[in-house]
Design a protein around this ligand. Sequence first.
Ligand code: 5GP
Ligand code: MG
Ligand code: MG
Length: 190
Amino acid sequence: SSPAAGSGAPSLHDDVEKVLLSAEEIEQRLTELGAQIAADYAEEPPILVGVLKGAVMVMADLARRIDLRTEMDWMAVSSYGSGTKSSGVVRILKDLGTDITDRHVLIVEDIIDSGLTLSWLLSNLRSRGPRSVEICTLLRKPEAARVEIDVRYVGYDIPNEFVVGYGLDFAETYRNLPYVGVLKRSVYED
Ligand code: 5GP
Ligand code: MG
Ligand code: MG
């Protein structure tokens, strides 16, 4: 069948139970964070380090709202762990292409849940001799408050629900939803 869906074709959006954060709300918050980051780093721009793949949308929209001569680089990491819980044991799948010695680093994340992945990443990056390492995350879940990570920039604190969209996946799907939402139970159960 044709990939160009006609009217009446099933929509990606049909799988969504509710929208938690609209595209407009996300854009508005990232505009505020971008301005704050530009002010905080006015003396020396940071290198933005996006964590693949979830942070792709946040990076794209945030970076365009930071009016500085900043750079972007990417890391991909995988947490060993059972199922949906991360274990804190992390493997680098793709490393930075940049030497961050003496640089200001700003990690760009989609979501912090347990914070285990991020605390591993923090100590890994800190071991490379950067001038500073800070974190910007679009979303933060309640459990993250229990780990000792100082997150400088937070978009939204959200309830302890599994969310998708705006970079966040369920089984690699739904990253391209333009908003953050919660899936219908039937999506998991089928
Ligand atoms: P943690 O902070 O527990 O080490 O793990 C964070 C990672 O778990 C995120 O980068 C993301 O990949 C995944 N994650 C945590 N909560 C959610 C969620 O609600 N939805 C999705 N799609 N991924 C999540
Ligand atoms: Mg992430
Ligand atoms: Mg995922």
